[in-house]
Ligand binder design. Structure first.
Ligand SMILES: *[C@@H]1O[C@H](CO)[C@@H](O)[C@H](O)[C@H]1NC(C)=O
Ligand SMILES: *[C@@H]1O[C@H](CO)[C@@H](O)[C@H](O)[C@H]1NC(C)=O
Length: 314
């Protein structure tokens, strides 16, 4: 009886939550759907997704420092970030996060300073003017090398994020360095027909990457709209469970939920990866649901269902 009552209650809550905005006083930012509508379209038509115009390079990109996992938005770095910096007019390299770009510049400046000291001390009969000229020549070489390295980094970023490099750019051919995650992907919620999205989209990155209450994160494998519905419902459920349960029991429950979501994420990411790799940028979602090689590439949302199951089981 208790089970069926609980089920009824949850069912009620679910319907209830679906039809209203979450009641949290301090909700996570509400992701606005990406409606890059053409201003000329009549108001009655639903704007068509223009995801093909999405450029991953203009959104959050990974830092290419070997041990770094952060992402940054190039346009957030400010207009002077990549200009020559005093004292030696060296520039920060692109495709690195602010921390690693500045660290790299600091080391380069320290090397130059050391070289200057060495030149000065080993000057022998040279005048200060001659030493200064030598040092200028040295700086010129350093700048040329760094420019070369900067171009290489930019190339690597393009290979990683877009899958294209300076070599053969044949359609559908991606290099080994390509990471599908930066390519717009379809939502994994069953029946969701919204446009392709990217968790690295400048508009949504914060929403996907920032932990919400109880350390819960939005599902990267759902589009902003579905992820928002999913996380709101989960926060509501978590709040209600917290009032019902003993503190330690609740902590166990929330840990279980988080682990479960992590597993779901891995599972659905694989499905998304397959679709993205097979279809490439800007593929048509309806086509993605077609049978291919006798095998159905259908991806569907699981997050919500599993949450419900978890609730019912508890
Ligand atoms: C850096 O650039 C400024 C302006 O172009 C110049 O005045 C200065 O001498 C340069 N410094 C070095 C170390 O090259
Ligand atoms: C997707 O494909 C279907 C059928 O192939 C087509 O009717 C529809 O216009 C396409 N949508 C877009 C956005 O290209």
């Amino acid at each position: 009886l208790i089970d069926s009552l609980l089920l009824l209650f949850l069912f009620y809550r679910l319907n209830h939550t679906l039809n209203r905005t979450p009641r949290h006083s301090n909700p996570p930012i509400i992701p606005k759907p990406i409606l890059k509508s053409k201003s000329s379209t009549t108001p009655s038509t639903i704007p068509q997704p223009t995801i093909t115009s999405y450029n991953p390079l203009e959104n959050f990109t990974p830092c290419l420092h070997p041990s770094c996992t952060t992402h940054s938005l190039p346009t957030h770095l400010g207009p002077t970030f990549h200009l020559p910096q005093p004292p030696y007019n060296l520039t920060r390299k692109p495709a690195l996060c602010p921390h690693h770009a500045s660290q790299d510049l600091k080391y380069a400046n320290a090397d130059c300073k050391q070289e200057w000291e060495k030149m000065r001390q080993g000057a022998g009969r040279k005048t200060m003017g001659e030493v200064a000229r030598d040092f200028d020549a040295y700086l010129g070489i350093v700048r040329r090398i760094r420019d070369e390295e900067a171009r290489a980094l930019e190339r690597r970023l393009r290979e990683r994020v877009l899958g294209v490099g300076n070599r053969g750019q044949g359609h559908g051919e991606r290099g080994k360095a390509y990471d599908w995650k930066y390519t717009p992907r379809p939502c994994t919620r069953k029946g969701c027909k919204r446009e392709l999205y990217s968790p690295f989209d400048a508009h949504f990155y914060d929403f996907y990457c920032r932990s919400q209450e109880f350390g819960i994160r939005a599902m990267e494998t759902l589009c902003p709209h579905c992820a928002w519905a999913d996380v709101s419902r989960l926060l509501d459920d978590a709040e209600c469970k917290r009032q019902e349960m003993e503190a330690s029991e609740w902590e166990g429950w929330i840990e279980h939920v988080k682990m479960d979501r992590q597993q779901q994420k891995h599972f659905w990411e694989k499905a998304q990866e397959r679709v993205v790799r097979e279809k490439g940028v800007g593929f048509n979602i309806t086509e993605g649901k077609r049978k291919k090689n006798g095998e159905k590439i259908e991806i569907q949302g699981k997050g919500v269902d599993t949450m419900r199951e978890v609730c019912v089981v508890m």
